[in-house]
Design a protein around this ligand. Structure first.
Ligand code: NAD
Length: 498
């Protein structure tokens, strides 16, 4: 165990008390003895960080950072009510990291900021909880792994399924041969995403610091090409990673975990498009402000195992297929999860706190359920901040890096193929050559049926077909495509280099 500072020691004593005492500790420790938390990025997910770290008596929220002064002001008021004193409010994370009493930085900013904040915080001696995806590209994920090792800091990735007893028991069930040999998993992000509005020239809200918001990404003039400032950056690749890199890292993580894959894939190919918004908006010339795929299939070859990830942003209610409806137990609404295909049956993760097992005849044979997964994940992180036992973390830096990496590698193939509008015959031909344990042609056929059900005419708006990319796990480089290697990192702004 590395040397504890005074607050870590005090929180350790509280942990021991919580473990032995019944009922659970009832009186909060004095704020000086608690681990000080700084939360960066407070608009959406940051609210859950506030709830989680406020609820644990071992932590106190001493500081918050947001480049939107309105968001920061509201959250400061909310926290003051919860813990009876106001946290210090910062616009620039670097100033918060210099503040006395901050032991932990949590980050729920847009994706392009995750790695830089993580590295800066660990350099400054803080433990970090970084939202998924932990990186915006492969280079950044590796930088986080290196920093956690170099500075000896605790690192939790915000993939809360790792602390779900349902997912843990299900993964153990797979490892114990519960459905026989399992070499293939299908991740599903069937999540309706409407158009984010027309590509345009929109004003930057007066209450935000756009220079700091842009951070490691280049500054766009400054101008905004989407209407809504917060959240919709997910669908602009300069900042976000599309749904493969948004919802995806939860499911790609579970797929890797269940298959026991602690490495990158050997090869990848993706196809898809940002399709159907002209139909949604009833305007054949409509151009949506997003530039990530809303329909994407990525095939990952891991040698003797494989993963397929399907992103569908259009309506799936008429086109999810009977098999998916059965795994999820109904035929309506979004379908987000992972299906493991075993020799003797199937295991379906359909919620963070719920997994179900089916036999080959699709009879439900077993269920795994969990309590509050989010709380368990924060608690696992705080336990490690106290014990200094890196090995006890459920989702460490490498876990976050590999699972975000699955998304980045899939997107690189898609982005490189964006201009390669392919006929269906060409896509059939290309995926037919890719080694996979899936029926690649059948998955393509289902995707095409889904697009047709949403009125997409693939003659007019064909699928983009990405190149088949080979990847070397050790060097973290592609071995057959120089353009793809360029996309493993980005050009960083001066002063914001990762
Ligand atoms: N684990 C989960 O289940 C889960 C759920 C939702 C979101 N997330 C992740 O949380 C992150 C945030 O998502 P969101 O939906 O809340 O986005 P959002 O756009 O609603 O909020 C992001 C906030 O970060 C602030 N911000 C931007 N740059 C900043 C900077 N340099 N310093 C401080 N604050 C900054 C913004 O002003 C905004 O308040 C994303 O990476 C997302 O993937 C995780």
């Amino acid at each position: 165990m590395s040397k504890l500072n005074r607050r870590q020691f005090s929180a350790l004593a509280a942990s021991a008390y919580m473990a032995s005492a019944t009922p659970r500790i009832t009186q909060a420790q004095s704020p000086n003895e608690q681990l000080g938390v700084c939360i960066a990025g407070l608009n959406g997910r940051g609210g859950e960080h506030i709830r989680g770290f406020n609820a644990d008596p071992r932590t106190v929220i001493r500081a918050i950072v947001d480049i939107d002064e309105e968001v920061a002001g509201k959250r400061a008021e909310q926290i003051a009510k919860l813990q009876n004193f106001k946290p210090e409010v910062f616009t620039d994370v670097r100033n918060a990291l210099d503040t006395d009493g901050v032991d932990i930085l949590t980050c729920a900013t847009p994706n392009h900021w995750h790695a830089l904040m993580g590295v800066w915080a660990m350099e400054a001696g803080k433990d970090v909880y970084i939202e998924k995806p932990v990186s915006h590209n492969i280079h950044e994920g590796r930088a986080l792994v290196t920093a956690a090792e170099r500075y000896g800091r605790m690192f939790q990735t915000g993939t809360q399924s790792r602390s779900s007893s349902a997912c843990r028991d299900a993964v153990q069930f797979l490892a114990d041969g519960g459905i026989g040999e399992v070499n293939f998993a299908r991740g599903l992000c069937y999540k309706r995403r409407k158009s984010i509005g027309a590509l345009g020239d929109y004003p930057i809200p007066a209450n935000v610091n756009f220079d700091l918001w842009s951070g490691p990404a280049s500054m766009t003039d400054p101008k905004l090409t989407r209407g809504r400032f917060h959240y919709d950056w997910h669908w602009q690749r300069h900042y976000g990673n599309g749904d493969l890199g948004n919802q995806g890292p939860h499911q790609t993580d579970i797929a890797r975990w269940g298959l026991g894959l602690n490495r990158h894939p050997n090869a990848i190919i993706s196809y898809g498009g940002r399709l159907g918004y002209d139909i949604e908006r009833k305007d054949p010339n409509y151009v949506d402000a997003g530039d990530t795929a809303n329909t994407e299939v990525s095939i990952y070859d891991y040698g003797d195992k494989s993963i397929v990830f399907e992103t569908r942003g259009l309506d799936v209610s008429e086109s999810m297929g009977k098999e998916v409806a059965t795994f999820f137990g109904d035929g309506k609404g979004n379908k987000i999860g992972v299906i493991f295909y075993g020799e003797n049956g199937y295991l379906a993760q359909t919620r963070y706190d719920y997994c179900r097992v089916f036999d080959k005849e699709m009879n439900l044979t077993k269920e795994f359920k969990a309590g509050n997964v989010g709380d368990a994940h924060f608690a696992n992180f705080i336990d490690a901040c106290v014990s200094r036992d890196y090995g006890s973390l459920n989702a460490d830096a490498m876990t976050g890096h590999l699972s975000a990496g699955v998304s980045h590698l899939g997107n690189i193939s898609y982005y490189l193929g964006e201009q390669n509008k392919a006929s269906l015959e060409q896509v059939v031909d290309a995926v037919g050559k890719v080694k996979s344990l899936d029926d690649n042609a059948a998955t393509l056929e289902r995707t095409v049926e889904h697009l047709k059900a949403n009125g997409v005419d693939l003659e007019k708006t064909p699928l983009a077909l990405g190149p088949y990319l080979e990847f070397d796990n050790e060097s973290e480089k592609f071995t057959n495509n120089d353009d793809a290697n360029e996309m493993l990192t980005r050009e960083y702004r001066e002063g914001f280099e990762v």
